[in-house]
Design a protein around this ligand. Structure first.
Ligand code: SAH
Length: 461
């Protein structure tokens, strides 16, 4: 018997926070997830969805607030789906993320006593994002630009987002003005009609340069010179205006088809003293202040010397690889996106780095082949996407018997799973540190150092 009913109100006490940011309460032993609550809140909630093993509730009223609560300083927070923890004090947010990582390592990874060495938060956890994506659509008969509401595709109009740069509000305002003045329509998902889908901005924190990408269901923008003039009028830091063409019925944020409407094709940013050229579709960490700290920790853990070879798997545009190349004898970068590998090669050349090689293919195909052809990396760094690594890649790493493996992860669950696989094959966890690259959201990065437990006597798998 399920002890809760849809559309009924209950009083609950929140016990904890789930890995997707919901408060967890129990009603007669049955788990209920309630967004925008904090451990220690007593609250009135409305049950909005009942599933077999748990239900979702909506916060109606706080009866006793948790001591972890703070006033959210974002006017849009209650409706916007972008942040999940803005109602919780920043120090407590860091504790929540630390617990989530430690629980995943203990429960999924079976590392019973696992404890992080620490979590590094931001000194000023605001306006940290160098990239923003604003969907455009129609609401109440008007073109609107803003953010998707929680778990929906309805757009909340907003001009400023507290984790992005203030200039974004002026950029999105200029795009709406251009649309309204020139009769350029907003894209409509359900009928697959209309033109402008999104505005996407990237900012270099080092140079201040800004790229504006307009995603459109069109090969040409009507009266594009009017849009360019409006954008150029905002700031001379806007150095690149790109049209990203997406004529298909899908929800891709960005496709590979870019046309430069004005200015540069790419912007540059500097991380750890190395200059990177960034294309509209390149992966580049969104919080450069924290990224430098994360990469420095990864390199510190790696203890690279100039006689060593390093393999950087899931290397993107070569960010970690090129930092490592300055310390190592040789670096091999592996990445699935061919364009990112082309950028990585060019970034190496632009920075005068000659001891880094880059290969484009999936890690699962490439790493076993590289190892089979005789590569013997002393150090392996891996920084996979949320789904983690895979059996073929991990088996090949183990076969190569590197001294140290530095795993950079954006998802504690897959980190725990993969670390368990490495531990079962002779590697021991030495050190670990989390970095908050995404304040006010549930996301967190972890760096884990694993070493060969027995200094090389493990049999090759
Ligand atoms: N280390 C880089 C990128 C990390 S993001 C940085 O810090 O900037 C993860 C990267 O893995 C992305 O660039 C993504 O394109 C790549 N990727 C995803 N699946 C992959 C696979 N199966 N094989 C190799 N690379 C993959």
């Amino acid at each position: 018997m399920i002890p809760v009913e849809k559309n009924k109100e209950y009083t609950v006490t929140i016990e904890n926070i789930s890995s997707d940011g919901n408060g967890i309460a129990h009603i007669d032993g049955f788990a209920v997830f309630v967004p925008q609550t904090a451990a220690g809140d007593t609250a009135e909630i409305l049950i909005v969805k009942v599933l077999k093993r748990f239900a979702y509730g909506k916060l109606l009223k706080i009866i006793t607030p948790s001591p972890l609560r703070c006033e959210s300083d974002c006017a849009h927070y209650k409706r916007c789906g972008g942040c999940q923890l803005r109602h919780i004090k920043y120090d407590a947010q860091l504790e929540i993320k630390k617990d989530i990582i430690e629980n995943a390592m203990r429960r999924i990874g079976a590392f019973e006593d696992f404890a992080l060495d620490g979590i590094t938060g931001m000194d000023k956890p605001e306006r940290y994002r160098n990239k923003m994506v604003f969907p455009i659509g129609r609401a109440d008969g008007k073109n609107v630009c803003g953010f998707y509401a929680q778990r929906s595709h309805s757009i909340i109009p907003l001009t400023d987002c507290a984790i992005g740069d203030e200039i974004n509000g002026r950029i999105t305002g200029a795009v709406l003005e251009y649309m309204n003045e020139n009769g350029v329509s907003a894209y409509d998902e359900s009928s697959h009609t209309g033109v402008i889908r999104r505005v996407f901005t990237r900012k270099s924190f080092c140079s201040g340069e800004i790229m504006v990408v307009i995603s459109a269901n069109a090969r040409k923008l009507p009266k594009r010179e009017k849009l360019i003039a409006k954008l150029r009028n905002i700031s001379d830091k806007i150095v690149s205006v790109i049209l990203n063409i997406n004529m298909k019925r899908n929800n891709l944020v960005i496709t590979d088809e870019n046309v430069t409407l004005w200015g540069a094709d790419r912007i540059s940013d500097t991380l750890c003293g190395i200059k990177f050229m960034i294309s509209p579709q390149s992966f580049f960490q969104i919080n450069p202040v924290q990224t430098e700290k994360l990469y420095q920790k990864a390199l510190e853990y790696a203890e690279i010397d100039n006689g060593m070879s390093v393999m950087d798997i899931y290397c993107g545009i070569g960010t970690i690889s090129l930092c490592a190349a300055k310390l190592a004898k040789r670096v091999i970068g592996v990445e699935i996106v061919a364009k990112a590998i082309a950028d990585a090669k060019e970034n190496a050349e632009n920075n005068g780095i000659q001891n880094a090689e880059f290969y484009a293919d999936s890690a699962g195909n490439l790493v076993p082949r590289l190892i089979a052809r005789g590569e013997t990396p002393d150090i392996v760094i891996l920084d996979p996407p949320r789904k983690g690594s895979d059996d073929a890649t991990l088996a090949a790493i183990v076969k190569a018997m590197p001294k140290r493996i530095v795993y950079v992860s954006c998802n504690p669950s897959t980190l725990a799973r993969d670390a368990r696989c490495l531990a079962d094959n002779g590697y021991t966890i030495e050190k670990s540190q989390a970095f908050d690259l995404f304040p006010h959201t549930m996301h967190v990065e972890t760096v884990l150092l694993m070493s060969r437990a027995d200094n090389g006597s493990v049999e090759k798998a």
